[in-house]
Design a protein around this ligand. Structure first.
Ligand SMILES: Cc1ncc(COP(=O)(O)O)c(C=O)c1O
Length: 453
């Protein structure tokens, strides 16, 4: 379902001024409205879904426009700027390489790529041993699908080609990623493919039974022979509800994949690099997958993604057979290296784990203030999803979610547009650098809004 466009009519709002927020104009800012109208006239409508703020600059957990307003950033872009905006270390990495005259190298080696690949592989638990740097999350998830299918083909099993994913999963917007996704409305354009099969995600809300039995039963109900499955791919926590697989489910899935020789893939485009309070989300389950797709928080802002994989899977394609034009772009690689170093130096994974309780408690208070409009709250580390559904059901009630985001912007808290099933979920996922003080301030603002809904 398309999200509703935010209004471009300026509204007079209460002025706000705190350490983290400043609102001193009408919202949207009248002078910025012609710019946003121009975008609405010149771009596909799909690009017009976010709240009407023209981003101009950023500093740590805040973003500002050019008109004196400042927002406490609960979006991190879209879970990307984990080390905050305007980080000097990332700015330096970018400018140093630009000043060196090195902003593109195709697949020719660069020092930036060597350092990053060495760093990431040093962080991986065995048997993950290799990293393939690409550009977008979709490219990474599609590469995982390709590797799973290639493995079966190379083993002389052409019929073993089914990829199992989860209902409501999101793996990106390109053809393969969208076929793998679990939202029928997003992929009707792609047509049917019997090679992609979905099973319920054990979120404890839309799927009450969170046991692994449901996985096996669902495949059996769909007439799928487990030995025809070449890969299983799941979001480590499902983006639309911020719920991790239960650990026992993850462990059972690992065993099932081993038994049926299916490649186990975790899509950690959101979860990877600390968001869940562990370096990788799968570390909550005490198992290691065969492939991991990473993106977003890997680089702190520049377009870079990665596939992490075992020696066996990563050695199937020969030199030049699995590359892309912008693989390991030197500036993006240097930025990602600086980003990972800050994550380590400032113990940001630990900060995400420490603040989980504050974020969840705050989200529960927002839920309580909403008078029953928020029906489900879940989270892990520094990500929470609050779903608005019709009373006593899982049917989306997106109007209130939209209004809450609009009001948050007016009060100086930056949220991205609602996501998830029918656009009913508000996500809170600030940079991992956020302090408890800033987190509590933003949560308090959202609680006030919830009470006014
Ligand atoms: C879990 C997950 N996988 C894949 C993607 C696709 O990443 P990208 O938009 O960089 O292609 C996203 C993006 O939101 C995501 O959240």
């Amino acid at each position: 379902m398309a999200s509703k466009e935010f209004s471009l009519t300026p509204v007079t709002v209460e002025p706000v001024e705190t350490k983290y927020r400043k609102i001193c104009t009408q919202i949207p800012v009248p002078e910025s409205v012609p710019m946003m109208k121009k975008l609405r006239d010149l771009e596909p409508r799909s690009m017009g879904g976010q709240p009407p703020v023209v981003w101009h600059s950023g500093s740590d957990c805040t973003v500002s426009d050019a008109y004196g307003n400042k927002w406490l950033d609960f979006s991190a872009g879209v879970l990307v700027t984990s080390v905050g905006h305007g980080r000097p270390e990332i700015v330096k990495a970018i400018t140093d390489l630009a000043n060196q005259g090195m902003y593109h190298s195709y697949c020719f080696p660069t020092e930036a790529r060597i350092k990053l690949v060495e760093k990431i592989t040093s962080m991986l638990p065995a048997p993950l041993a290799r990293v393939f740097l690409v550009t977008t999350g979709s490219e990474a998830t599609e590469c995982c699908i390709k590797l799973a299918r290639t493995k079966s083909l190379r083993a002389g099993k052409p019929n073993k080609k089914i990829i199992v994913t989860f209902e409501n999963d999101f793996h990106g917007r390109t053809l393969g990623a969208q076929l793998a996704g679990g939202s029928p409305g997003l992929k009707d354009w792609a047509g049917e493919s019997a090679d992609f099969v979905q099973v319920p995600f054990p979120d404890g809300f839309r799927q009450a039974d969170t046991s692994f039995d449901v996985f096996e039963k669902s495949l059996a109900d769909q007439g799928i022979n487990p030995d025809d499955v070449c890969g299983v791919m799941g979001e480590t926590y499902q983006g639309c509800n911020a719920t991790l697989f239960p650990a026992a489910y993850g462990q059972a899935l690992r065993k099932w994949c081993d038994k049926h020789e299916a490649v186990l893939i975790f899509d950690e485009v959101q979860a990877g690099f600390g968001r869940t309070g562990k370096l990788f989300g799968f570390m909550h389950f005490g198992i290691v997958p065969d492939l991991v797709a990473c993106g977003k928080g890997i680089s702190g802002g520049m377009p870079l993604s990665a596939v992490l994989g075992t020696e066996e899977l990563m050695s199937m394609y020969g030199p030049g057979e699995m590359t892309s034009t912008h693989s390991a772009n030197p500036i993006c690689s240097a930025a990602a290296m600086a980003n990972i170093e800050v994550i380590e130096k400032e113990n940001l994974v630990e900060n995400a784990a420490k603040l989980e309780a504050v974020l969840l408690e705050g989200a529960k208070k927002i839920q309580a203030a909403s008078g029953g409009k928020i029906t489900h709250v879940a989270g892990t580390g520094l990500v929470v999803a609050m779903q608005f559904t019709k009373p006593g059901t899982c049917d989306p009630n997106p109007e209130f979610a939209h209004t809450m985001v609009e009001k948050a912007i007016q009060k100086g808290v930056m949220l991205f547009a609602p996501v998830g099933v029918g656009g009913c979920a508000i996500k809170i996922n600030p940079p991992l650098t956020i302090s408890e003080e800033a987190l509590r301030e933003g949560l308090g603002v959202l609680e006030e809004i919830a009470a006014e809904l």
